[in-house]
Design a binder for this molecule. Structure first.
Ligand SMILES: [Zn+2]
Length: 207
């Protein structure tokens, strides 16, 4: 199973199976399982609330550098990927923003969240037009399933968030905890995660 990466439907992460088990949640990996139902995934992931910042996840086989997006139901990690000429995806290892990345220096822009809400394959540079249809709820699941290396951490499983210098730990139970390296310029990842927790709690309380 070397170099095989698959999407685990138990813990919503792209993983490299080890002995036919998911290294994140320990569940058996069933290779011929059909793709998850997008509506169910959309319900689990909620709607995007805020951009949390650039982060790195130390791992060998999967892309490590990407962005964290906070939603009403959890945290989505989207790796920065570059498509090779042969069609294969490769991770962008450097912390420098690649030229094709559409949000250079503009991460807090509503454009970013708007892009997340759009289905993949849509041009990202066009400004939102007036009277545009409602955000499409399947966009976040599309991003997750189309980005090898992405993962989604459900808020209900996050027990605590702690930081030591640039290492930010999402303590998760029952699945494996996740350690992220804060790659934001002002070391604000932990603070952003905490404000997401407050914001998501307020959003769910007001529904
Ligand atoms: Zn898993």
């Amino acid at each position: 199973m070397q170099n095989l990466i698959v999407f685990c439907q138990q813990c919503f992460a792209w993983i490299e199976p080890q002995s036919e088990l998911c290294p994140e949640c320990g569940c058996p990996v069933v290779l011929d399982q059909p793709d998850p139902d997008l509506d169910t995934l959309a319900r689990i992931m909620g709607t995007p609330l805020m951009f949390l910042g650039a982060a790195r996840v130390e791992r060998s086989a999967l892309p490590s550098f990407g962005e964290l997006i906070g939603t009403t139901e959890g945290v989505l990690f989207l790796p920065r990927l570059h498509r090779r000429l042969n069609g294969a995806w490769e991770g962008v290892a450097s912390t420098r923003l690649p030229g094709w990345w559409p949000f250079r220096g503009d991460h807090t822009s509503p454009k970013f969240l708007d892009w997340l809400r759009r289905p993949s394959g849509v041009r990202v540079f066009e400004p939102a037009k007036e009277g545009e249809p409602e955000p499409i709820p399947t966009a976040l699941p599309d991003r997750l399933l189309d980005s090898p290396g992405a993962f989604f951490v459900e808020r209900r499983f996050i027990r605590a968030i702690s930081a030591r210098k640039r290492m930010v730990k999402l303590e998760r139970s029952p699945f494996r905890s996740i350690t992220l390296v804060d790659e934001t310029e002002d070391c604000s990842l932990c603070a952003s995660l905490n404000s997401l927790a407050l914001c998501a709690a307020r959003t769910s309380a007001s529904v």
